[in-house]
Structure formats: C-alpha cells, structure tokens
Write a protein that binds this ligand. Structure first.
Ligand SMILES: NC(=O)c1ccc[n+]([C@@H]2O[C@H](COP(=O)([O-])OP(=O)(O)OC[C@H]3O[C@@H](n4cnc5c(N)ncnc54)[C@H](OP(=O)(O)O)[C@@H]3O)[C@@H](O)[C@H]2O)c1
Length: 258
C-alpha cells in the first residue's frame, strides 16, 4: 500500500519538450516510477535517440515518441489524437516545452512576443483542454506545468517570457479549482537557473555566473533531475491532496531578500 503511493505503474504520461534538458529528466524520472512515457518535441531524430538512451537507462522503462511543435495548433491536435490511440486515456500531462527571446520591452516586434506566449502559455492551455476528456477517464489524474521564477518576480528574461510564465502559474490555479471535481490535480514547478543546453551559454560567462550564484542562497545552479523530482512527486498518488500549488526549485532564490 505504502509502496503504491510512491509508484506510477500502469500510468500513461505525456511530457512535452522531452528530448532535452528538464523534459528529458522528467521523462526519465516518470519512467523510473513505472509510468509509460509519451515524449513530444519538434526534432524526431533527437527524440528517437533519446528514447533509446532512456530505455537503456531505466530498467523495464517504456517510452514512445511523437514529433510535434506545441506552438502549432494542428500539431497539438495531432499529438493528442496520437495519445488517444493508445486507448487508455491519459494519467499525467507535463507541459514543459517552452521558449524565449530576450529583448528590451520596446524592441520586441508584436509577432515575437505573441510567439513567446504561444509556445509557453497558450500551448499549455490548449494541451490541457484537449487532454481533459482523456484524463477524466481515470478517477484521478495530474497535470504539472513547468513555469519559472520569472513568472513570480523580475529576472532578466524579458517581459514576454515573464508574463507568459505568470499566465501559466495563474492557469494552474484556475484549472486546479475548476477540475478538482473531475479528479484532475493541476500543479506547477518554478525553476530558477537549471543547467541545460538553453542556459549553458550564459552560465559559461564567469561574471554572469558569479551574479547568479550571489543571488542563490545554495550557491549553485540546479540540475534537470532536481526539477524532475519535484514534478514526479506532484504526479504521484502520494501527492493526492495537493492541487493548485507551485513548488519553487530554486536553491532558495525566491526567499532571498538582502
Ligand atoms: N533551464 C532553466 O534554467 C529553466 C528555468 C526556468 C524554467 N525553465 C523552463 O523549463 C522548460 C524546459 O527548459 P530547458 O532549459 O530544459 O530547455 P532545453 O534544454 O532547450 O529543452 C527544450 C526541449 O523542448 C523542446 N521544444 C522546444 N520548443 C518546442 C516546441 N515549440 N514544441 C515542442 N517541443 C519544443 C526541445 O526539443 P526541439 O527543439 O526538438 O523541439 C527540447 O526537447 C521550459 O519551459 C523553460 O521555460 C527552464
């Protein structure tokens, strides 16, 4: 009984942006807990090779891949049609795919800032809405949104990214309340600097890294597996009374005043 509260055996999980960084780590973690993981990203050959790596890393792990751009409405529909074809609804959705273009607020073209919203916020809402009828086939299911500390305070990401992640956090709270009666829990995580291919170029600048570390009580950046652990916890039956919550994975960044 206790063990089952900390397992995801027999559960089907969809993870977007699963071929690299935080998404790859989430896929590995969920597989480790026994879930069958459906991995989506745009580049199919990378997805294929990551699936092979994960199946070799995780004993008895099962993963499937689908190439889709979550910013594209037709791709989103095709992705959920593919999920539906597995015939078992959906237990877990992790909205992880995201993107950014950092500029001064006055330098964005309208299309640029709208594109940031599409990939970060609108895609997560649409995928959640499409997933809802699949998730309600089960008594309980779970959505986790990968937000960001930038949706909670100013960091130097540019206004569009911060606004889009704030929208994701509020979407988490709204859907959690609306879908509680359907058995769908909706939560979020808010990472600070995590070492991925996205952040590595910036963190390679020693002066910039020093500034980041000065603002991080734990004195280091995070690893993708540390975000994945929080996401997996929120998906587990052990988290059955947690919804509408946001866990910061930030080495204390948000709690650091002066
Ligand atoms: N790293 C950090 O410090 C940090 C901090 C806070 C929040 N986050 C959030 O964490 C999430 C993952 O970031 P990361 O650093 O792990 O990024 P990453 O290493 O660049 O990996 C991004 C993943 O998402 C996929 N992807 C990107 N755009 C996509 C799209 N339009 N449709 C489908 N898949 C897409 C990429 O594959 P393809 O390119 O093949 O599509 C890849 O699998 C993002 O939402 C990001 O905002 C990251």
């Amino acid at each position: 009984m206790t063990t089952q509260r900390w397992r995801l055996d027999g559960q089907l999980a969809l993870v977007t942006g699963a071929s690299a960084g935080i998404g790859r780590a989430i896929a590995a973690e969920l597989m480790g807990f026994g879930a069958t993981v459906l991995m989506a990203a745009r580049d199919e050959s990378t997805l294929d090779s990551v699936r092979e790596e994960l199946q070799a890393e995780v004993r008895d792990g099962e993963a499937h891949v689908f190439a889709a751009d979550v910013a594209d409405a037709d791709d989103r529909r095709a992705l959920l049609d593919w999920v539906e074809d597995f015939g078992d609804g959906l237990h877990i959705l992790v909205n992880n795919a995201g993107g950014n273009l950092t500029r001064a607020a006055t330098d964005y073209s309208e299309q640029e800032w709208r594109d940031i919203f599409e990939v970060n916020a609108f895609s997560a809402l649409e995928l959640s809405r499409y997933a809802h009828p699949l998730m309600t086939r089960h008594a309980t299911s779970s959505i986790v949104n990968v937000g960001s500390v930038s949706g909670l305070t100013h960091v130097r990401t540019g206004v569009a990214y911060g606004m889009s992640k704030a929208a994701m956090h509020q979407m988490t709270r709204n859907l959690a309340v609306e879908w509680a009666e359907d058995g769908v829990r909706v939560n979020a995580v808010a990472p600070w600097y995590i070492r991925t291919r996205r952040t590595s170029p910036k963190l390679a600048d020693p002066d910039y890294l020093d500034e980041v570390l000065m603002r991080t009580p734990m004195g280091r950046v995070g690893e993708p597996a540390e975000v994945a652990a929080a996401v997996a916890f929120l998906c587990l039956p052990a988290a059955s009374y947690i919804t509408g919550e946001c866990i910061a994975v930030d080495g204390g960044f948000l709690r650091y005043g002066f």
